[in-house]
Design a binder for this molecule. Structure first.
Ligand code: ATP
Ligand code: MG
Length: 324
């Protein structure tokens, strides 16, 4: 199964400030501020939704095609992703801009001051799927993850026109999208991924009811945080899965993306929706246990043993042949 993963690629710069930001704000003189915080740690991590999803699929032995606009600083990140099984040869490399950057400083009270620079991501709207598929082959499925909103809408439109199955994953970009945009993005999707909050937001913004949203897609996958995930269809299929027990809660960043990578890998292997969701939940558990979104590692034996512990022997037997 040939799978394209469209969406953001970015670098996160995470800093910690020992102290409280609020001690530096002087009431009454906030019209002109010039603040500099001396931070005592800097962590640079690879991220971006499409990169996280494609990375997880690559680690599971698939070879997804990354569809993203990246910056002139791309070579390092590209080498990393291609080493982990991602086909990076179709990325659009900006001549002028840097890859998207997220900079956040956190203080001792967990207050944060952050900036997001979309950078090259804004050029994603210039990406044409047609010429990419002429070279890479026709996609059996395109995952549309958070990206430049215009690019997301364009990809879903192209998929509908060409009859290509797509998975709509608006995630954090939903906050920026209008109800009309959300409708256009999800209409006709084979899979729709959301968490519970995003589903409520989608209902509010589109004016569609829960059932109306369900009717517009083939399969809807709702992640429920520590309660797992549920998969449902308008004609009555319903499965809910629980999460494997995690060994630590180290850093939850990227759980949503990694869940999608496991789920879609399961689809590529022709497994049931229940197994797909369980695969997603196990990868998400690995992500929770490690700092960063692309730092987890496992051997196939470990992965299958953990899957068996969480979901039983018969379930593990179904996935074991696929895990490399
Ligand atoms: N506390 C937890 N313990 C174990 N697994 C978890 C926990 N939180 C999330 N997960 C796993 O990750 C999946 C996705 O989590 P969640 O519903 O929080 O997504 P999200 O809100 O989109 O996350 P993100 O912050 O990455 O966008 C869940 O279905 C579950 O498998
Ligand atoms: Mg999410």
């Amino acid at each position: 199964m040939k799978i394209g993963v469209a969406g953001s690629v970015g670098l996160d710069h995470l800093m910690n400030f020992s102290g409280k930001f609020t001690d530096s704000f002087v009431a009454g003189s906030l019209e002109k501020i010039s603040l500099s915080f001396l931070v005592d740690s800097l962590d640079v991590r690879r991220g971006g939704c499409a990169a996280n999803i494609a990375f997880g699929m690559g680690v599971l032995g698939l070879n997804p095609v990354l569809i993203a606009a990246v910056g002139k600083d791309w070579p390092d990140y590209e080498a990393w992703l291609s080493r982990h099984g991602v086909d990076t040869s179709h990325a659009l490399v900006s001549q002028t801009l840097f890859t998207a950057h997220f900079m956040v400083t956190t203080d001792d009270d967990l207050n944060q001051i952050a900036s997001f620079f979309p950078g090259a991501m804004s050029e994603a709207r210039n990406i044409e799927l047609g010429p990419i598929m002429e070279k890479a082959g026709r996609f059996d499925m395109l995952v549309i993850s958070p990206d430049d909103p215009e690019a997301m809408l364009r990809h879903s439109e192209t998929c509908r026109e060409l009859g290509i199955a797509f998975a709509a994953d608006p995630s954090q970009q939903m906050a920026r999208m209008s109800g009309e945009d959300i409708k256009l993005l999800i209409e006709g999707a084979s899979y729709l991924f959301m968490n519970e909050y995003e589903l409520a937001l989608a209902m509010q913004k589109t004016g569609w009811s829960d059932a109306e949203i369900l009717e517009r897609v083939k399969v809807r996958v709702i992640t429920l945080g520590s309660k797992g995930a549920k998969v449902e269809t308008a004609n009555g299929e319903f499965v809910q899965i629980h999460c494997p027990k995690e060994n630590s809660k180290t850093d939850p960043t990227g759980v949503g993306d990694s869940f999608r990578s496991g789920f879609i890998a399961g689809l590529a292997w022709g497994l049931s929706h229940e197994r797909c969701a369980q695969l997603g939940a196990l990868i998400a558990t690995y992500v929770i246990e490690t700092m960063g979104t692309q730092e987890y590692r496992f051997t196939s034996e470990e992965f299958v043993a953990r899957f068996e512990e969480a979901y039983g022997q018969a379930a593990a037997a179904e996935i074991s042949a696929h895990i490399r």
